[in-house]
Write a protein that binds this ligand. Structure first.
Ligand code: ZN
Length: 119
């Protein structure tokens, strides 16, 4: 005798119809399509985040070439289209909480100067 296991659709949380075979994950084409579209937009989000990070990291690279690890005016970053809300993670360097990009991390001080670290 085959054991019946009640399974649930990860999208709508409803039970899967019993006539669905064992490999079926979603209860309906609608739930399948919905999941696919969410997946695609997550991937797009990740891709564009990666693009922004790369741009910011390149900006940091260019600026590091000019100022090294000396603090400089935040305007230098702003003039290059830098944005502050995108970074890969927060890390602590020299007891300062810095925003890590890819090869560089930086901190924006309250006096509107920026310091960069090469990682
Ligand atoms: Zn469903």
């Amino acid at each position: 005798m085959k054991k019946k296991i009640l399974r649930f659709c990860p999208v709508c949380k409803g039970p899967l119809p019993e006539d669905k075979n064992g490999n079926t994950v979603y209860c309906s084409d609608e739930c399948y399509d919905y999941n696919k579209s969410v997946d695609a937009s997550e991937k797009n989000k990740k891709k564009s985040l990666q693009k922004i990070l790369l741009f910011l990291d390149n900006t940091a690279n260019e600026t590091y070439g000019l100022y090294g690890s000396k603090p400089f005016s935040a305007k230098v970053f702003l003039d290059r289209g830098f944005v502050w809300d995108t970074y890969s993670e927060l890390i602590t360097i020299e007891n300062i909480q810095a925003k890590k990009l890819i090869r560089y991390a930086y901190v924006l001080f309250t006096n509107q100067t920026v310091k960069i670290w090469k990682l």
